[in-house]
Design a protein around this ligand. Structure first.
Ligand code: MGD
Ligand code: MGD
Ligand code: SF4
Ligand code: MO
Length: 761
């Protein structure tokens, strides 16, 4: 039977199809169709390329077609609970919603009155990344009640985002990915978009470029899935050393006179002595650093080779190819910036784009965050936070542990220092209290101390590692039980609708509902809810968006179809006018130029610990650190295709696709008598993971890799048998953006059977 006939038959047999879309923090945002009969979900399907016609198809991946198996499984939390054991032990008893709400309201008031508004915190949590979320509603209620300690920055692009703004003055420096078909060379730098979804456009555009014969190179310590699928040339680089490689490429370009001097002179601040701010000596320029005039060390390929492990001739040829293929696109993922000094690799990419004149050019690429947002997002109905102070999102553990000590030097914004620690946490749809944060053993220790954080509320679907640390644990609803508006993550111009199709499981509730009840007890119901339901808020915020984007359909029409694709606009090249004539169209930076040299860094609190230009800085816990004598292997994580962070790790059908295992190079494995599939212990001073080994030459020598997001499953002796990489990561932050450094870790690996593991921990 033909596919179309099968569809028709199903429909006539009483099958209903409801369009929906994921709302987790996956870059995709694909079309999902829920096939229902008699109130039950039969299966999910998705958009085919034929259906998409000329548009880029929003075809779901394996996770998307398993959403119902993951989210409606038997392990769902079904009723509110109160902690009975020690915090973190995971012992709870069932309570009524009334008791849960009463407890939250009374602890809320007690903590506010005892410690002030800045003692309340709603952590970074991305399980619900649709337009409306319980997380943002919690902040709205806190704002009405005196405020809360806010956060800025993310776990995703903590370095690349802020430095793109530092250098270009905007993150909107990306052309649409379709421009890559007109590139002459593409370099994917720490980027694995086949597996680690940023959107649908990226892979579509890369495949098109490949079909047109554009050479593609991948710079990554692993031969990642994208490199394998596109048969890209693979240049392995030691983790956390990318900026040395970029420095040497810049050196080669300069030595050979291949730089676009006219562009540098016209648009950039600080490439050479003649283009530095008045009064800054020539020795501070990029050129003085590269040639060695500043420090006596020319940044030659030989110099970089020692650091990066990339052969000098490869560096030389990579630089020449990039500088002479015009236009060329060096495209950065976020993997090289989730590192100690992650700012510098992101800045180094921008420097190279400028040196090669690839900014403001169709087929070129400006590097950095490269956002390209042509349509505005709907707004969440936020309110100003009267407390005003903010911390970098990764620093919350310090704010619990030693809040009163945190100052502007640590990244506190809105005041010179915090006035105390975090005492109440409302964690909604996130696993960053444990699983996704750094150093879970240290984090658990901080959270276990009830004198520090006194009250923790968690709303989730499952008994996650974070949920186990709740004092009050609440059952949230999944995408199948609650409407939302779903939006593209990186590239893509559409608005999606996530349709509810089954009633909430058990006693589970949308967080907005119980927050309304807490608001009642605080006497803030009216101003909090404006007497709108969740549906009412969705309609209101969508109407507001439609006011700005009249091309959008009526709300009910969007809900019926599940997707609206914006009409295609004219071709747009980011920063084109600025690059052509920066005098008439200055870059939105303080100097009006691309700040290769950043006065903001040179003249402010950063000056003693962060260089004003992009350049390699030896990272702590990098390959050259003395610690490497004890912990000789560099460990990196990546975002696997079978999970969205920690979501789906409880779905056995998906586990089969990519079982949790440690990638290790054959020579490193042989040196430790480790064979394929053997159980190994991965250890450092912070913790220990027991996991099977995967011996493969797809990871470079000296590096091991473990995908991030596996559930933390500690055994009695504290060894994690789930393969959660954050058992081994640190709480260290980067110098400028105070971002997470979760990819910079040193470890040792031993066969799990060996008695000898004791000698490494
Ligand atoms: N399937 C899936 N897709 C996702 C997500 C998910 O959880 N699952 N999460 C989404 C979110 S929120 C985000 S922020 C993004 C994350 O996107 P990214 O941060 O780009 O993803 P990563 O996998 O961490 O890193 C990308 C690549 O960088 C490599 N890498 C690591 N360290 C280095 C280094 O020092 N140098 C170089 N050159 N390469 C390095 C890794 O091996 C990996 O192949 O993905 C989004 N998409
Ligand atoms: N070592 C290391 N750590 C990392 C990263 C890394 O690369 N390496 N990546 C970092 C990045 S980029 C990010 S963005 C963070 C992500 O960190 P988190 O935001 O914590 O992401 P998730 O693990 O997806 O957690 C989402 C939680 O929401 C729950 N959830 C899902 N859907 C719903 C819903 O509809 N309602 C409710 N109430 N709950 C729901 C899930 O069960 C899950 O517990 O992790 C960071 N952590
Ligand atoms: S998990 Fe991401 S890529 Fe997969 S279907 Fe959902 S949105 Fe699309
Ligand atoms: Mo992220």
């Amino acid at each position: 039977m033909k596919k179309k006939d099968a569809e028709v038959r199903r429909m006539t047999e009483g099958e209903r199809i409801i369009p929906t879309m994921g709302i987790n923090n996956c870059g995709g945002k694909c079309v999902i169709r829920v096939h229902m009969k008699d109130g039950k979900i039969l299966r999910l399907s998705t958009e085919t390329p034929e259906e998409a016609g000329d548009a880029v198809p929003l075809t779901a991946c394996a996770r998307g077609l398993q959403y119902h198996k993951t989210f409606l499984g038997e392990d769902r939390l079904l009723y509110p609970m109160r902690r009975t054991g020690k915090r973190g032990e995971g012992k709870f008893r069932r309570i009524s919603w009334e008791e849960a709400v009463d407890t939250i309201a009374s602890e809320w008031i007690r903590i506010r009155d005892a410690y002030g508004p800045g003692s309340r915190y709603v952590p970074y949590a991305t399980g619900v990344s649709g337009l409306l979320s319980g997380r943002e509603f919690a902040k709205r209620l806190l704002s009405l009640d005196g405020g809360y300690l806010g956060y800025y920055n993310s776990y995703s692009s903590a370095c690349i985002g802020p430095v793109t703004e530092l250098m270009y003055g905007t993150r909107q420096c990306g052309n649409p990915p379709e421009s890559w078909a007109d590139s002459r060379l593409i370099i994917l730098w720490a980027h694995n978009p086949l597996e680690t979804k940023f959107d649908a456009e990226t892979m579509h555009a890369l495949r098109r470029a490949k079909a047109r014969g554009v050479p593609i190179i991948s710079v990554d310590p692993r031969r990642n899935e994208t490199a394998a699928a596109l048969d890209a040339e693979w240049i392995p680089v030691r983790p956390a050393t990318d900026s040395a490689l970029l420095d040497a490429m810049a050196y080669v370009i300069l030595e050979r006179g291949l730089e676009d001097r006219a562009f540098l002179d016209r648009c950039c601040l600080g490439f050479d002595g003649a283009h530095l701010p008045a009064g800054v000596p020539e020795s501070e320029s990029v050129e003085a650093y590269l040639t060695g005039r500043k420090d006596g060390v020319p940044k030659t390929p030989e110099w970089a080779s020692q650091i990066t492990g990339v052969p000098p001739e490869t560096i030389e040829s990579l630089a020449v190819r990039y500088a002479t293929a015009k236009p060329a696109a060096l495209i950065q993922g976020y993997g090289a910036q989730r590192h100690a000094y992650g700012e510098q690799s992101a800045r180094g990419g921008i420097l190279l784009s400028c040196m090669t004149g690839n900014v403001g050019v169709w087929g070129g690429w400006a590097c950095g965050a490269a956002d390209c947002t042509r349509h505005p997002w709907p707004r969440f109905p936020s309110l100003p936070n009267p407390y005003g102070r903010k911390i970098p999102s990764f620093l919350w553990t310090d704010a619990v542990d030693r809040g009163a000590e945190l100052t502007a030097l640590d990244g506190v914004k809105g005041a010179e220092r915090l006035d105390g620690g975090i005492k109440m946490i409302l964690n909604i749809a996130g696993n960053c209290l444990i699983n996704q944060h750094g150093n879970v053993n240290r984090t658990a220790e901080i959270l276990r101390d009830e004198h520090k954080c006194e009250f923790i509320v968690v709303s989730d679907l499952f008994m996650t590692a974070t949920a186990k640390f709740a004092d009050i644990l609440l059952p949230g609803v999944s995408m199948f039980e609650c409407d939302n508006i779903s939006l593209p993550w990186k590239y893509g111009e559409f608005v999606g609708f996530s349709n509810a199709c089954v009633p909430p499981l058990g006693e589970s509730r949308q967080e907005y509902d119980w927050l309304c009840e807490v608001a009642d007890r605080l006497g803030l119901r009216e101003s909090f809810s404006e007497w709108l339901s969740w549906d009412g808020w969705l309609r209101r915020q969508y109407a507001e968006l439609r006011g700005r984007e009249p091309e959008l359909p009526e709300y009910d029409e969007l809900r019926r179809t599940g997707l609206y694709r914006y009409k295609k606009g004219p071709r747009r090249v980011a920063l084109e006018a600025e690059c052509r004539d920066p005098a008439a169209h200055p870059f939105p930076t303080p100097s009006g130029r691309i700040e290769l040299y950043a006065p903001e860094v040179a003249e402010t609190r950063y000056k003693s610990f962060f260089p004003p230009i992009p350049r390699y800085v030896e990272p702590p816990e990098g390959p050259q650190d003395a610690l490497a004598r004890r912990w000789p292997l560099q460990l990196i994580g990546w975002h696997t295709g079978r999970r969205c962070h920690s979501v789906h790790d409880n779905n056995p059908n998906l586990v089969k696709l990519d079982p949790q295992r440690l990638w290790i190079h054959p020579q490193d494995a042989a040196a430790r008598s480790i064979g394929e599939g053997d159980e190994v212990l991965v250890c450092n001073d912070r913790g220990r993971v027991r996991i099977p080994a995967h011996v493969t030459d797809r990871v470079m020598r000296g590096v091991v890799a473990l995908s991030q997001g596996a559930w933390y499953r500690p055994e009695k002796d504290g060894t994690d048998a789930g393969g959660c990489i954050n058992t081994l990561t640190s709480l260290a932050v980067t110098p400028y953006s105070r971002g997470n450094t979760q990819h910079t870790i040193l470890v040792e690996v031993r066969p799990a059977v060996a008695e000898g593991c004791a000698d490494v921990v």
